[in-house]
Design a protein around this ligand. Structure first.
Ligand SMILES: [Zn+2]
Length: 167
């Protein structure tokens, strides 16, 4: 390979990266969720994207799912799916949790609440042999250990959407 060809390949790769990033940004800017606090939008969008990767078409905005970040007074509760007349499927995330949690923890809790609000799932406290939770739909009182990380979230997401569609 000549030096010139190498430069061309690097320049081309760089261009592809730019185009790819630009496209992603455009999608994010176009997507709006009425009645959902803007900080939650990217997680709502990811919930739809993960479903799409598994062959499920989900549109949370059309489904009327709303959401907010506020103080939850129930002890130990970091997320809720509320059913009010004016907001029948409203995700609430606790503000104290929100300001300190990692991105994966936020994603897990939001996806859990969307599991209730959109997928209409109940709780599942099944455990893996190592004591970790088999589902992110765990109640939090079932004694299993949360283990939603970048490395293993794929299994949890498969479980989330597959169980949701069969129930
Ligand atoms: Zn729950």
């Amino acid at each position: 390979m000549t030096y010139f060809n190498l430069i061309r390949i690097i320049a081309f790769s760089f261009l592809i990266t730019l185009v790819a990033c630009g496209k992603e940004e455009q999608i994010q800017l176009n997507k709006e969720y009425q009645g959902v606090e803007a900080e939650l939008w990217s997680y709502f969008e990811k919930f739809e994207a993960e479903a799409a990767e598994r062959g499920m078409a989900i549109d949370l905005a059309t489904a009327g799912i709303t959401g907010s970040i506020e103080k939850i007074h129930a002890h130990g509760t970091v997320g809720l799916c509320n059913h009010r007349l004016d907001q029948p499927n409203h995700v609430v995330i606790d503000i104290d949790f929100w300001t300190t949690a990692s991105d994966n923890a936020k994603e897990m809790i939001i996806f859990h609440e969307l599991g209730h609000c959109y997928l209409e799932r109940g709780h599942n406290d099944a455990k893996n042999s190592d004591g970790t939770c088999a589902s992110i739909m765990r109640s939090g009182r079932g004694g299993c250990i949360d283990f939603y990380t970048s490395a293993n979230k794929n299994d949890y997401l498969n479980e989330l959407y597959t169980e949701g569609s069969s129930n």
